[in-house]
Design a protein around this ligand. Structure first.
Ligand SMILES: Nc1ncnc2c1ncn2[C@@H]1O[C@H](COP(=O)(O)OP(=O)(O)O)[C@@H](O)[C@H]1O
Ligand SMILES: [Mg+2]
Length: 311
């Protein structure tokens, strides 16, 4: 596999919602993201996927842990100039294309926001040329530049959101359920656009989703989250064919099967976290069971999984 673009080390994001309540939205996750890949992140609503994305991109200060971008600690950076540099390299596409675009701004101004902040155009003319070019890149056109978000469909708005992210020429894009709010007929178009842009520009994606069929289609590797923890990480095919963590097995058993015959006999596997029965002092970490396939487990479970999945 290629070089690491990001290294996320024991990242934590705890929200203080009035003592003694503390929401451990992200609770010590460790994983790498490689240059040019799409890493899918799945898990039920509330497990901490968005918080993970938002913390990586520094929309939140991390409670603990590190995010290294090409080896540099993103969260340790202090100077405005250094932060600005990272803000340009990492962009985000949001779930709700209705809420994430300012309704009072024209499409041109929305797309050019990053261009303006980072001073990427020398003149008004160059700025507009860049906007037109971006509109074309995402399958819209020049005539759309002076319109307002409400004049567009959900799919078109998501294209505007993508153009806005691309405007600063980023290396890494976090897409937080970018197609969940769209009609099913439009979802594939947006995903295919993202795949095309990835090929053309060598982009790296963290693709957050709860739809397990779409995430399989777009991802090279997939991570599974459960209550603030990353419990399994594997190449996409491998995760679907050999889910090793009991939670992943349960999650995958919930996907309806296309064939009615097999769908009728499908059994939902439930997950009971109590089966792990960890002691206080147990050493829990992500461990590699088969090449590239990691499971969050104890020493004892590691030995069992190694035996179970050898050969
Ligand atoms: N800004 C916040 N303040 C307090 N709690 C939050 C905040 N954002 C998220 N949470 C809580 O953190 C947990 C994880 O949320 P989130 O990351 O949005 O999950 P997901 O994206 O997987 O649905 C949830 O319990 C959610 O209520
Ligand atoms: Mg979310």
């Amino acid at each position: 596999m290629s070089e690491k673009l990001l290294e996320i080390k024991n990242l934590k994001q705890h929200f203080n919602v009035g003592r003694p309540n503390m929401i451990k939205a992200v609770d010590g996750i460790t994983f790498d993201i490689y240059k040019g890949e799409t890493l899918g992140l799945v898990g039920e609503s509330g497990c901490g996927k968005s918080t993970t994305g938002r913390t990586i991109i520094r929309l939140y200060d991390a409670t603990d842990g590190q995010v290294l971008f090409e080896g540099e600690d993103v969260h340790g950076k202090k100077s405005a100039k250094e932060l600005k540099k990272f803000n340009r390299k990492m962009q985000m596409i949001f779930q709700d294309p209705y809420a994430s675009l300012n309704p009072r701004m024209t499409v041109a101004d929305i797309i050019a926001e990053g261009i303006d902040i980072h001073g990427l155009a020398k003149s008004k003319k160059e700025r507009m040329e860049r906007v037109y070019e971006l509109l074309e890149t995402v399958g819209l056109n020049k005539e759309h530049a002076n319109r307002y978000p409400h004049e567009f469909s959900g799919g078109q708005r998501q294209r505007i959101g993508i153009a806005r992210a691309l405007a600063v020429d980023p290396d890494f894009i976090i897409a937080d359920e970018p197609i969940s709010a769209l009609d099913v007929s439009i979802q594939a178009q947006v995903v295919n656009l993202m795949k095309k842009l990835q090929r053309e520009k060598g982009l790296t994606y963290l693709f957050i989703a709860h739809d397990l069929s779409m995430v399989k289609y777009i991802s090279d590797r997939i991570g599974v989250m459960y209550f603030g923890k990353l419990v399994e990480l594997a190449p996409a095919e491998d995760l679907y064919n050999n889910p090793m963590h009991l939670y992943t097995q349960s999650l995958l058993s919930a996907i309806p099967l296309p064939d009615p015959e097999t769908e009728r006999s499908r059994r939902r596997k439930s997950y009971d976290p109590a089966v792990h029965n960890y002691a206080e002092n147990e050493n829990l970490e992500m461990r590699e069971i088969t090449p590239g396939h990691f499971v969050y487990c104890s020493d004892k479970e590691y030995e069992q999984l190694k035996v179970q999945y050898s050969n």
